[in-house]
Structure formats: C-alpha cells, structure tokens
Design a protein. Structure first.
Length: 334
C-alpha cells in the first residue's frame, strides 16, 4: 500500500514544499498524562529551511492511499534543533498536541465539598475553555473534599484523576479522563485491541521486572466518628511484601481507591517492552495489545503506553508499540 502524510498549516500542505528536503517524521501517540508529539526532520545542509514560529498550528493527516487518510491530530510547534552528526546538516521541528482553548497552565484557587470527580473535572475543564470526556465509572467517584491551590487546571486534573485510578490528558477541545490500564477510552468503551502475531512482526523485545512486585497495599484513613486513624490492606494479586502509602486519606472510600490505583500502577511495572508493526491509523495508545505466536512470557495481553510511528524516505512505515504488563490481577481488599 501507498503511505500518505499531509501536514497542513492553514490551507497549505507543507509536505509539498518540504518533500525535496524531507528526511523523516515521527508521530507519538501517548496514553495517560503525556502529550502526543509530532516531529519532522528536514535536510538543512545549506540552512535553507526557515526557523519555525513557536505555536504555529499544524494539522496532520496520515494513512494509506488505498484505505483512507484520517486526521491524527492538531499540534503546536514548541521547539526546533539544528545540527550535523555523521550525515547531512538537518533541522528537527517538534510540536505537541494542541489544546484549542485558553491557557491551560494558568494557576488558580478553588475548593469543592461532597462532589463527584466528574463534577470537579467538569468545572476544571470549563475554566480552561474545554469540554470534559470522562469514563462514566470514574465520573461517579465521590470526593468529600478537593482543593486546587495555585495549580494549573491540567496539574490539578492529573492529581485528582490519579488518586481515583485515572489519567487526564488535554487535546483539541477536550479534557479526556480514562481509567489507567483499563484498555478503555474516555467514553468507558473498550478501545479496539491491537493484535500482534510473530508472523508479520518487524521486531520485538520484552522483559520481566520481578522486583517491584508487592503482595499488599496498606493505606491509612481518618475516621471522623472516632477521631482515630484506621487502615485497610488491599491485595495486589501478586506475591511479595506490603507496600505502605505514606499519606493518610480522608475517608475509607478514598483509602480503598488509592490502594486499588496504586496496585494497578505497581502491577504494570512488572514487565514491558515493545513490538514493531506496520502502521495502523485505527490503533490508539492505551488499548490492549494481544500478542500470539511468540512463546511463553510474551504471548498474552499487554497494555500499550505509546505508539510511535515513523515515516522516512525509502523505508516501510512502522509503529513501535511500547507496552506494560496488564494492570489487573486477582486482588482486592483483605
């Protein structure tokens, strides 16, 4: 099939003028808090490429001529780098996923009592000029108190979403909040799984990391009825020592959520690596990766952390899918 890459600035396709100087372009789709990124490398041996303007808006389309060329994102230029190392002098232009709203990094002060995570993040997103897309399960989480103290909307959203086991990422006109390691999108539905087989795989490397395994998570909380500190223990489903979270929570429910969220995070640290596969624009970072034909230790379900796709002259268009171990295990309160 024929790969197609279009980089639009306004009504102009920059690839038309860039083509004689084009070296490569890489799109990295990240799950979780990290912004998606787009990078272009151009032959600049005679310094003929003008320095890009910060915050230039680039709309990128990528796919295959035979099956369609969807938009993969809107990006704002945030840097450039020029130099020469064992080859022609080049310039690299980097851009991050654009938030089509006001300043999402501005500080602020606000507090909430007896609100749901959905209500809090709805107001937080609105203050930044964004709409909210949140997993319905996360939206229902009740918080007795939340304080945003001189924190930007995105930093605050990341913090309280993480406490409930989620991740928050702005892009376009939305703040998307998903459950960490669930393989689901912001609507709560399963993302299309990424099917990887040994036959057809351009490369892979997977390793196990047994050291972070813990058998239980212990979290303390304050009981307002007795004025005493209590604690719960949550089984991770693995074997190992108990991991204690330092800061006490305001309620038993918060303690349980924190324990479950930390359990999922630790489980994902027990293995990981990457697979290389021909680019598929339908795939999204955060989806489950189902590997087969590789053998024991590799076959099974993984979670995609990022998908980095590179276009280069004369080279096949391949995606490097970075994976982590699944977050789920047969655990629970103990």
């Amino acid at each position: 099939m024929t790969p197609v890459l279009k980089i639009m600035k306004g009504d102009t396709d920059l690839m038309v003028g860039m083509l004689p100087y084009f070296v490569s372009a890489t799109f990295t789709d990240n799950a979780g808090e990290t912004d998606d990124e787009f990078e272009i490398e151009l032959d600049d041996n005679f310094r003929q490429i003008p320095i890009p303007q910060e915050d230039d808006l680039l709309i990128v389309f990528a796919g295959w001529r035979e099956t369609g060329v969807p938009m993969i994102g809107a990006f704002k230029v945030n840097g450039w780098e020029t130099g020469c190392e064992q080859g022609p002098e080049t310039i690299k232009i980097t851009a991050r996923a654009a938030t089509m709203a006001g300043d999402f990094k501005a500080g602020g002060l606000k507090h909430w009592h007896d609100s749901t995570l959905g209500q809090i993040l709805e107001e937080t997103a609105k203050a930044a000029g964004l709409s909210l897309a949140i997993d319905p399960e996360l939206a229902k989480v009740k918080l007795p108190y939340a304080l945003r103290w001189e924190a930007s909307p995105i930093d605050f959203a990341n913090r309280i979403a993480a406490e409930a086991g989620g991740t928050a990422k702005p892009g376009g006109q939305k703040l998307a909040v998903t459950k960490r390691g669930s393989g689901k999108g912001a609507d709560g539905g399963e993302l299309p799984p990424i099917l990887i087989t040994r036959t057809g795989c351009a490369g892979w490397r997977i390793k196990g990391e047994p050291r972070p395994r813990h058998g239980k998570i212990e979290v303390s909380w304050h009981d307002p009825k007795t004025g005493k500190r209590k604690s719960i223990r949550y089984s991770t489903g693995a074997k190992g020592p108990t991991h204690t979270l330092l800061h006490p929570r305001a309620s038993e429910d918060e303690a349980k959520r924190a324990a479950e969220a930390h359990s999922r995070k630790l489980n994902m640290l027990t293995g990981g690596g990457h697979f290389m596969w021909p680019y598929n624009p339908a795939w999204s970072a955060g989806a489950k990766v189902i590997a087969s034909g590789f053998g024991d230790g590799v076959d099974g379900t993984w979670l995609s952390e990022s998908i980095a796709t590179t276009w280069a002259k004369g080279q096949p268009v391949l995606s490097t899918i970075t994976v982590k171990a699944p977050a789920e295990a047969k655990g629970g309160e103990s």
